[in-house]
Design a binder for this molecule. Structure first.
Ligand SMILES: [Zn+2]
Length: 132
């Protein structure tokens, strides 16, 4: 399955990153999935749950951010967002079809929350909570 190979490369990326930062484990993984990326979010979750066993990310929670399609209109300059894929898109402002896709195809690792299991140094992208 497509999602399986994506998760395997994702886990490789995560392990490399964790090693470089000397982290003992990964607590949270945030991935942005574009609607046009060809990836099914629930299949990606299932694949992650399967493959994370035995890796540095085995206790990690996966959070998916689904990125809708965004197009830029060359005719009027407006940006239109579409929540799902369709065969035909038109600008919501002028109805034009001279559009450029600006978002929706991506698959990005957005955030990784790492923890050092032996020492107290936490490596976080954001310090949104303190461990007690
Ligand atoms: Zn337009």
């Amino acid at each position: 399955m497509h999602e399986y190979s994506i998760v395997q490369s994702l886990l490789t990326l995560i392990e490399d990153h964790a090693k470089r930062h000397g982290a003992g484990k990964v607590q949270k993984v945030v991935v942005k999935v574009g609607i046009l990326s060809g990836v099914e979010p629930h299949l990606l979750e299932m694949a992650f749950e399967t493959f994370k066993e035995g890796t540095i990310a085995q206790e990690a929670q996966l959070h998916l951010i689904v990125q809708p399609i965004e197009v830029h209109c060359h005719t009027c300059g407006a940006t239109t967002t579409f929540p799902k894929a369709s065969l035909f898109f038109e600008c919501s402002q002028c109805g034009g079809s001279d559009l450029e896709l600006i978002a929706g195809e991506e698959l990005h690792l957005m955030e990784l929350e790492l923890a050092d299991s032996s020492r107290n140094g936490n490596h976080r992208g954001e310090d949104r909570e303190r461990s007690n």
